[in-house]
Design a protein around this ligand. Structure first.
Ligand SMILES: Nc1nc2c(ncn2[C@@H]2O[C@H](COP(=O)(O)OP(=O)(O)OP(=O)(O)O)[C@@H](O)[C@H]2O)c(=O)[nH]1
Ligand SMILES: [Mg+2]
Length: 579
């Protein structure tokens, strides 16, 4: 989605949604105001709709109309400015705003440079936006003699900050949206705004638009027009809509017929992805909906849990741990959720990622935490695992929500720790990803999770206690005294000397057990064990009780037994599986 273009004859009209994001008090609203004032020529219609939309301006939507840049041909270009809040507590709103914009303006107070929420906005931009322009605001606060030098210094600093982001080399423009600050009279002209408009025009790009798939629209304002009905204005996120279609307001579980539509104050019969439209329906109280989604009936899912593919956000300090709770933004909603991370099974570590589906046929490896360069688990992998040198190309999480959420399929997911102290100067955004599978059934733990083949690798170590004959030994220290050894009967074990064995059953009362060695013990192993047994019995002389106490004589036995099996996390029977 990028630029909306009105279909049909007449001069070309394009819409670009421009987000205004940045740290609190950096001057976003002042900038949106300065831009829209500069753009409000006679072309700015004074129709009742537009006056009704005047309320929208205060809510953060305003508009700047200009001519199309020559490379896009003759016609009109409309920038819809989406003024986002800056306060840390409103980050959910910011994430929602970022998902409807084509171009982001990151507003920086030139006297302060990057601040905590500037950095968070930059992270959100990298996840949700294609293009960015950095605006250094409040240059009037720089002493005139040193102004140019200070701007250049901050410009360099910003270039460095952006170096390793997808926005490296993006335009950086210096302005004063409201020279003199709040007390300055309205007549004081902003600085640098016409240059900024030229830069915005240079960044406007032609749409890659796709009318397929269900219709989904982010509504930013809803109002009634006497004698007409209720108008919902917003940006079409996916699909298309035609006159007469039914659209659902999922939050209210009602459907309404599209009675009329307008784009750029002109009636239209059809609109698609990227378009900014007003949709008129009847018999709907505008007070019931302020912001929200409307869509093709029943195209959204309401889910209790989800499987997502995810990536850690590199600026997030600390590990992403299984069982931890995060604020999870799913599409345009945010709820608490608990996560369980898993990776490909080692054999699939280098498989190319599957971006928009989840393969239920495959086995996956449970992870205590998301594997990243600095995670503990990946250190362990490096030692134990041949494949562990590098990280898997894709990782997933099962997310279980505290309450159900309504969202589109394959929507954006962002996990954050919003309970972090907002003065802590740290990035609260932890991971981002794509929702691959939503679990709509309330009983998903019984119905669905057993199909999810995530396993844990279990490893138990014990020792050979003594030899019975060439084909059997007694083992110990593998099980606790109270363990029911019966369930382990038939499992394969390996001796540290190389022989394969099979657990045959318990032996005595103290967790000891008998192992059959189908190919027989090697002579060397037998010798080793016989010598060790003799030594042990000599050491134990005169203290019969000691010999039975398996834990105290551990070091005396040179041959170890290892038992390796997998167990699926959601297998209710807790079966132990060996390959
Ligand atoms: N001196 C000076 N002050 C400015 C400029 N732009 C904005 N301000 C002042 O900075 C303060 C914050 O401006 P806003 O536009 O409300 O900032 P904001 O980024 O929208 O703030 P939030 O929406 O709360 O995050 C106000 O007092 C503005 O008058 C500027 O260019 N120069
Ligand atoms: Mg503001």
């Amino acid at each position: 989605m990028a630029v909306a273009e009105e279909p049909g004859p007449g001069p070309r009209r394009l819409n670009v949604n421009v987000g205004v994001l940045g740290h609190i008090d950096s001057g976003k609203t002042a900038l949106a105001r300065a831009l829209s004032t500069a753009g409000s020529t006679a072309a700015f219609d004074r129709a009742p709709q537009s006056r009704a939309r005047g309320i929208t301006l205060d809510l953060g939507f305003s508009c700047l109309c200009t001519a199309l840049p020559p490379r896009l041909g003759p016609g009109h270009l409309q920038f819809t400015l989406v003024d986002c809040p800056g306060h840390a507590s409103l980050i959910r709103t910011i994430i929602g705003g970022a998902q409807i914009i084509d171009l982001m303006m990151l507003v920086i107070d030139v006297t302060k440079g990057m601040q905590t929420q500037s950095a968070e906005c930059l992270v959100i931009g990298q996840i949700a936006c294609q293009k960015m322009v950095v605006v250094l605001n409040k240059i009037d606060l720089l002493p005139e003699g040193k102004r140019q030098a200070a701007i250049e210094k901050m410009t360099k600093k910003m270039q460095k900050t952006l170096e390793n982001t997808k926005f490296h080399g993006c335009p950086i423009v210096a302005v004063a949206a409201k020279p003199g600050g709040p007390e300055a009279p309205e007549t004081v002209n902003p600085l640098g705004v016409s240059e900024l408009i030229e830069v915005l025009k240079s960044q406007a790009y032609l749409p890659s638009r796709d009318p397929s798939g269900p219709f989904l629209m982010a509504v930013d304002h809803c109002f009634s027009i006497k004698g007409q009905g209720t108008v919902m204005t917003g940006t079409i996120l996916t699909g298309s809509v035609s006159l007469g279609d039914n659209v659902e307001i999922p939050a209210l579980k009602v459907s309404k017929k599209v009675k009329s539509m307008q784009m750029f104050h002109t009636p239209v019969t059809y609109a698609m992805q990227g378009d900014r439209v007003g949709i008129c329906v009847t018999q709907f109280d505008p007070k019931l909906l302020e912001r929200g989604l409307i869509c093709t009936p029943e195209s959204l899912q309401t889910i209790h849990a989800a499987i997502i593919s995810l990536k850690k956000i590199q600026y997030f300090r600390g590990a992403l741990q299984t069982k931890a709770k995060f604020h999870i933004t799913v599409g345009h909603e945010t709820v608490m959720g608990r996560v369980m991370f898993f990776s490909p099974a080692p054999a699939d570590f280098n498989k190319e990622p599957l971006d928009n589906a989840f393969d239920f046929e495959k086995d996956y490896l449970y992870q205590e935490e998301y594997l990243s360069k600095d995670s503990k688990a990946s250190d362990e992998n490096k030692d134990n695992d041949q494949t562990g040198e590098q990280l898997p190309k894709q990782q997933w999480a099962l997310v279980e929500f505290e309450k159900p959420v309504t969202c589109p399929r394959l929507c954006l997911v962002i996990g954050s720790k919003l309970d972090t102290d907002i003065h802590a100067n740290t990035c609260r955004l932890a991971f981002h990803g794509v929702l691959l599978q939503g679990l709509e059934d309330k009983n998903y733990t019984e119905i669905f999770l057993p199909k999810l083949k995530v396993y844990k690798l279990k490893h138990k170590e014990g020792q050979v206690e003594r030899v019975i004959d060439d084909y059997s030994v007694i083992g110990r220290s593998l099980f606790k005294k109270e363990t029911n050894i019966q369930i382990f009967v038939g499992l394969k074990v390996k001796l540290s000397t190389g022989e394969d064995g099979i657990i045959e059953g318990g032996f005595g009362q103290s967790g000891k057990f008998k192992i059959r060695i189908p190919d027989g013990l090697k002579p060397d192993t037998k010798a080793l064990l016989t010598v060790a047994s003799k030594k042990k019995s000599r050491a134990g002389k005169g203290d019969a009780a000691k010999e039975d106490d398996s834990t105290k004589t551990e070091s005396a036995q040179p041959v170890a037994i290892s038992l390796l099996f997998k167990r699926y996390v959601f297998d209710t029977q807790k079966k132990m599986i060996q390959s």
